[in-house]
Design a protein around this ligand. Structure first.
Ligand code: ZN
Length: 334
């Protein structure tokens, strides 16, 4: 294996592959979308299932490489589980919006009547599926196994002070097992909980840890705004689809594809904008508490652990490390 082959880079390219895969499937399922709401729902679920399967194969291939290169200590099963989370994060919003819209069209247009009892049961199953996947988006479970080590009391009381400054309550700091996956990360979870991996705790100084915690406390405070926007766009999408259902059902169902695309785009665009703004606000809050230096050195350490080049874009929400550090400097001067 060439030394230029970095698993970190491959994993980031996989994001593009994921969107390519989703786009291609949307394309070749067009005939199914043209038939009926039910066949469109079938196409949607089949596409999601195939995408999960494709990525299982890719991760299956990547596991020995990443295990050797980054000294992972996880079993294949644990590895697949952790990596699937990334794919599911992309699929879940699409499934929620798509399945929700199709359920409405299926029921409101009266298409379900053609199937008798089976139609009613199918409509119920589609609605329930939408609800469950949607709920999963709001309730965020711990992304990694819990480590049975309590965070230091000092850390929690400082996090609670930061929470009070932002008008929210911090209930717990969970330590997650990131050592075996070599995952240096922190997360804001539901229920006023913050999670940090033991691997990240081990490489950061106390000031750096606090800066990261401050960033996550800010995310906790932003959760309500995020949920409100989600309800607003979701409600607007469902309401519009409901209002247009008779029209959508009367047209060739292929229009559904266009409608779904608009719906998903219309719901994700404001969400992404808000989340990008939230990232900047969270960084600015951490800088306001501890200055730019600890957050900046913590971010550098995290980037090097995950083999991230300083000028490489993180993802759709995070800017590159260089851009982010330039911003930190600006926050510290204001
Ligand atoms: Zn963040």
């Amino acid at each position: 294996m060439s030394s230029h082959f970095y698993v970190g880079r491959v994993v980031r390219r996989l994001r593009w592959l994921l969107w390519l895969s989703i786009g291609l499937k949307t394309g070749y399922c067009i005939p199914l979308y043209f038939q009926s709401a039910l066949s469109a729902a079938f196409a949607l679920l089949l596409s999601a299932g195939t995408t999960l399967l494709e990525f299982t194969l890719i991760f299956y291939w990547l596991y020995p490489v990443e295990r050797a290169q980054r000294a992972l200590q996880v079993t294949l099963r644990e590895y697949l589980q952790a990596r699937h989370g990334l794919v599911w994060d992309a699929l879940a919003p699409i499934l929620t919006a798509g399945l929700g819209a199709l359920t409405l069209v299926f029921t409101l247009s009266g298409q379900y009547r053609a199937w008798g009892t089976l139609g009613v049961a199918t409509a119920g199953a589609m609605g329930l599926g939408t609800l469950l996947i949607g709920l999963g988006l709001i309730r965020r479970p711990t992304p990694l196994p819990l480590r049975s080590v309590a965070a230091e009391a000092r850390l929690l009381s400082e996090a609670q002070r930061l929470g009070r400054a932002l008008g929210i309550q911090v209930n717990a700091i969970l330590v997650l097992d990131g050592t075996r996956l070599r995952n240096a990360n922190a997360f804001a979870l539901s229920g006023g909980r913050i999670a940090i991996t033991d691997f990240l705790l081990a490489i950061l100084t106390e000031q750096e840890t606090l800066a990261i915690i401050a960033h996550e406390v800010a995310h906790l405070a932003q959760r309500r705004r995020l949920a409100r926007l989600w309800l607003l766009t979701g409600g607007a999408g469902v309401g519009l689809t409901g209002a247009l259902a008779p029209l959508l059902a009367g047209l060739p169902t292929g229009w559904l594809l266009l409608w779904l695309g608009l719906l998903v785009g219309g719901m994700t665009a404001p969400m992404l904008r808000l989340r990008r703004l939230h990232e900047r606000e969270a960084d600015a809050f951490a800088v306001s508490q501890y200055g730019a230096a600890p957050l900046s050195s913590a971010l550098r350490k995290i980037a090097s652990i995950h083999q991230r080049a300083p000028d490489a874009h993180g993802d759709v929400i995070h800017p590159s490390l260089l851009e982010r550090m330039a911003q930190l400097e600006r926050y510290s001067q204001t």
